[in-house]
Design a protein around this ligand. Structure first.
Ligand code: ZN
Length: 439
């Protein structure tokens, strides 16, 4: 007798989709069996017509805790996660106070404990002058480090190249990966002073953060990665030139990879202007042109991109009004519905980029990221069709370009966390049972 059988679905197995029942016991996957075969179960979940996926790991969210909880709070952000088939989130350190010391990390963990619908990990902030705190952050449980090379929302002060090299040596020694917001600060400063537009418009934002800012920063990071051996991940890659740098580094054996966001894959600046999204589509790095969008899809197909991340970063509607709106928007609930079943994304690649890739990048493999015996029973049961009616959004500030500008291709029916229903019948279910994950 086992706890649960998920029956009648198509299971997204590591080597491809297959009709299989999933047997779950004690919070773990016990076996994948031919439909109807194997041990009896105390409970059954009908997945007919659905795909059973390893729960998505969203390795790039800003749940705004502590200090910015008018934008998002942990219960609302994690409810949005499970409603989007996401069973683990990795949260960024640019909160107030920043998560750039062991003490700040411990304080943040205490705030989140018992309030999360999904599992979670925390990035430690790498900033100018805190290299000697990185060991403490790793010891306190940081899943990896995040560094901002260019300014963004509440971003941490960037180290200079010498400080970055020194920090990369520490990261290499610790075996912790560094996620990089790769826009070169000098290039941003020069470009934005040349764009002296009064008021806000999307095209000026794009001109103020040109592609060269990204390719320069990516080139520096890849060089330091090769020199120091630090594993790196270029967050929200947005340009073909940046992708070329990462591809070159990988071909020379450097442990460098890149993240793609759904918005950079699905929307151009032109699309956002045509849809009249205004400040709702303002993001760093900005939405680009069709050439860069195409190049990003090529980087997805050839393995240069090693994870998808939503860069879920909500703001309040009040903040978006006015001349200097902040950058970022919600996305953790909308990534799976916008990308699963996309004609350019075979199911195998979807699983590689939402589950396997992030699990490997952040030290969670093989317990997370795969449908296989022994893995934790974090799963999403998904109907590969648009829902009959709009799905309720759970973020405190859910609006964004994915919601406004991208077709919904799939509906999350049930999300399981540790073998228990965390989301079902259109709402979070049970109690928040998410756990803090360390590498
Ligand atoms: Zn971000």
């Amino acid at each position: 007798m086992v706890d649960l059988r998920i029956r009648g679905g198509v299971a997204a197995l590591p080597d491809g989709p297959a009709e299989a029942d999933v047997l779950i016991d004690g919070g773990r996957i016990l076996a994948l069996v031919a439909p109807g075969s194997g041990a009896e179960a105390r409970e059954t979940l009908d997945a007919s017509g659905c795909v059973v996926l390893p729960g998505a790991i969203d390795p790039h969210v800003h749940f705004r805790t502590p200090g910015m909880t008018d934008k998002e709070d942990w219960p609302s952000g994690s409810a949005a996660a499970v409603a989007g088939g996401v069973t683990t989130v990795l949260d960024m350190p640019n909160v107030l106070p920043a998560t750039s010391s062991a003490e700040a990390l411990a304080a943040k963990a205490a705030l989140v404990e018992g309030r999360s619908w999904c599992h979670y990990g925390f990035f430690g902030g790498l900033e100018a002058g805190n290299q000697d705190r990185l060991r403490g952050l790793a010891k306190a449980g940081a899943i990896g480090f995040k560094v901002f090379l260019g300014e963004s929302t509440a971003s941490l002060p960037p180290p200079d190249p010498a400080g970055l090299r020194c920090a990369f040596r520490v990261a290499a020694d610790l075996g912790r990966r560094v996620a990089v917001h790769a826009e070169d600060a000098e290039t941003l400063r020069a470009a934005s002073s040349a764009v002296a537009a009064p008021g806000f418009d999307l095209r000026s934002h794009g001109r103020a953060r040109p592609a060269e800012a990204e390719s320069r920063a990516v080139a520096l990071v890849c060089a330091l990665c090769a020199e120091t051996g630090a594993p790196v991940l270029i967050a929200h890659l947005s340009t073909g030139a940046g992708a070329d740098e990462v591809r070159r580094a990988r071909s020379r054996g450097a442990d460098a990879g890149a993240e793609a966001t759904p918005h950079h894959l699905l929307l151009t600046e032109e699309d956002a202007v045509r849809l009249g999204l205004g400040s709702l589509a303002k993001v760093n790095p900005p939405l680009r042109g069709e050439g860069d969008r195409e190049a990003l899809w090529r980087a997805v197909a050839d393995g240069t991109v090693t994870q998808f991340g939503s860069d879920h970063a909500p703001h309040t509607p009040e903040e978006r009004r006015g001349d200097r709106p902040p950058s970022g928007f919600a996305g953790v609930q909308n990534t799976l519905p916008a990308l699963l079943g996309h004609p350019r994304l075979p199911l195998r690649d979807f699983v590689r980029l939402t589950a396997e890739g992030p699990a490997r990048n952040w030290g969670l493999w093989p317990r997370k990221g795969r449908l296989a015996p022994g893995a934790d029973a974090d799963l999403a049961v998904v109907r590969p069709a648009a829902p009959a009616q709009a799905v309720r959004q759970w973020s405190r500030n859910p609006d964004g370009p994915l919601l406004r500008g991208c077709p919904v291709r799939a509906e999350v029916v049930v999300t399981l966390v540790d073998g228990q229903v965390a989301y079902g019948a259109g709402q979070p279910s049970g109690r928040p049972r998410g756990r803090w994950l360390r590498p």
